[in-house]
Design a protein around this ligand. Sequence first.
Ligand code: IPE
Ligand code: IPE
Ligand code: MG
Length: 248
Amino acid sequence: MSSNSGGRTPSHVAIVMDGNGRWATRRLLPRVAGHRQGVESLKRCVQACLDRGIRVLTVFAFSSENWNRPADEVSGLMELLGMALGREVPQLARAGVRIRVAGDRSGLSARLREGLDAAERETAHNDRLILNVCFNYGGRWDIVQAAQTLVARGEPISEESLSKALSLAHVGDPDLLIRTGGEQRLSNFLLWQAAYAELFFSDRLWPDFDEVALDEALAEFARRERRFGRTSEQLLGAAAVPGPRAAA
Ligand code: IPE
Ligand code: IPE
Ligand code: MG
């Protein structure tokens, strides 16, 4: 039994998968080779989450700002997503993973959009693990599109209504947000949903982030005291203190 078993395992883990480019550059490889290795690392991570009873994994795969990269890297990333969808979805479907894609699909090619729709459709019956892939995603984009949706429907804007219009409304807020690659910033990931996430920064580059590294993050999470604005003394008196939004 691992040290993070029991009630202290986060139900929703979010990851900024950073460091692919440096992983490749250190090996004198093109950056896209690092992204390819990043897909392998994600597969390993999904299996590790399944093994540990984590219910939701949300990963940042391509940000609204990543369009500013050199054209060949951007096209390499688009190609990689298309290939990964074709190759990996059947196995993920068999493993009980439900894929959801968050982000601005209007900026993607028709072929990619079809691939993303198919991945969601073919895994829609699964519920062991929800894998949210944030692609062409930005936290600011998400808040704006949610506000626009409410305005278009003529609905009042409140924390609750806005939460429900966000692209990750089908899951609770992340309990643990990991960023690999050594940088300590959000880079426009889950700005709204990370309000009370425990943050964990790893120096490992994403292709090197393995089960041992995940267990380090989970062990650290289990040691954290989540107060949601309350005091430690209050927590001692309460059996369970729910966050602002209960996890899925
Ligand atoms: C993260 O790795 C993947 C994407 C942003 C698509 P990077 O490509 O940012 O890797 P580094 O940070 O340059 O090493
Ligand atoms: C964040 O990483 C985006 C993804 C991991 C997809 P970046 O490498 O783009 O972030 P910055 O530019 O270092 O902040
Ligand atoms: Mg980076």
